[in-house]
Design a protein around this ligand. Structure first.
Ligand SMILES: C[S@@+](CC[C@H](N)C(=O)[O-])C[C@H]1O[C@@H](n2cnc3c(N)ncnc32)[C@H](O)[C@@H]1O
Length: 232
């Protein structure tokens, strides 16, 4: 799990330093955990002092599957690059897993709520398509979702939850990174079905620095999604 816990994440508890480069990790054979370190700096400039790193404890046992997935690396980098948009904003991360994008959002000044399937007790339980009480108390300016579009059978539930939250906060933007194998045409169909539109679609590799691109694989797309009647 990420090096913080719970619902409202306190950014001051994120381990930080100012070294540029790609993720590094060390594995413990006994616990099957590893700590990966992810750097966020300007143009990989080690000397600028403007940036931080986030340490994530990953559990590499298959049954836990708590990894930092490539989409999370891409989305976290996007949040860092777009950081001025997130300052003092309310952010909800859906299907957060190890939560790298949400942690970066907290680090750049957002008020972040990390959520995941209610079977995951580490963060706020928010199962897509279920109307759990927490859903009614959230009013996010941004929704983040890394690799949450991977199982077709969950797509409608995810969009049901995302659009409900977007309606709670006019102007809310859902930013998601997904593997192109999910099929953008299917996602376009879902957007239309749920009254949304895509305002920005990027190849994630065009947004990450070369040191991080070498850690990614497959084709990852990054989309910004809003309701059709989006208010800017
Ligand atoms: C592929 S993992 C991605 C984790 C993390 N966002 C990342 O990119 O590193 C998918 C995440 O979605 C969550 N998830 C799957 N189905 C869900 C559901 N029905 N409701 C809420 N979360 C769900 C999983 O628990 C898991 O954390």
């Amino acid at each position: 799990m990420a090096n913080g816990e719970g619902d409202q994440y306190d950014s001051s508890r994120i381990a930080s330093s100012t070294i540029a480069g790609s993720a590094t990790s060390a594995v413990s054979d006994e616990t099957m955990t590893r700590i990966s370190r992810h750097y966020f700096t300007n143009d990989n400039d080690r000397s600028s002092g403007d940036g931080f790193s986030v340490d994530i404890i990953e559990n590499i046992q298959e049954e836990y599957g708590m990894f930092v997935w490539p989409c999370a690396i891409a989305l976290a980098e996007y949040v860092w690059q777009q950081r001025s948009r997130f300052s003092s904003k309310s952010v909800v991360e859906l299907g957060a897993g190890t939560s790298l994008p949400g942690l970066v959002a907290a680090k750049v000044g957002a008020n972040v709520t990390l959520t995941d399937d209610s079977k995951n007790p580490e963060v706020l339980g928010l199962t897509w398509g279920e109307w759990d009480p927490p859903l009614f108390s959230l009013s996010p300016d941004f929704l983040l979702g890394a690799d949450v579009l991977y199982d077709n059978s969950d797509f409608d539930d995810l969009f049901a939850t995302a659009t409900f939250l977007m309606k709670n906060c006019p102007g809310c933007v859902f930013i998601t990174a997904y593997h192109a194998r999910s099929g953008h045409h299917l996602i376009e169909y879902l957007m239309s079905k749920w009254g949304c539109k895509c305002t920005r679609l990027l190849d994630a590799f065009s947004t990450v620095p070369p040191t991080k691109a070498s850690n990614l694989h497959g084709s990852i797309q990054l989309a910004e999604i809003v309701l059709n009647d989006h208010i800017t």
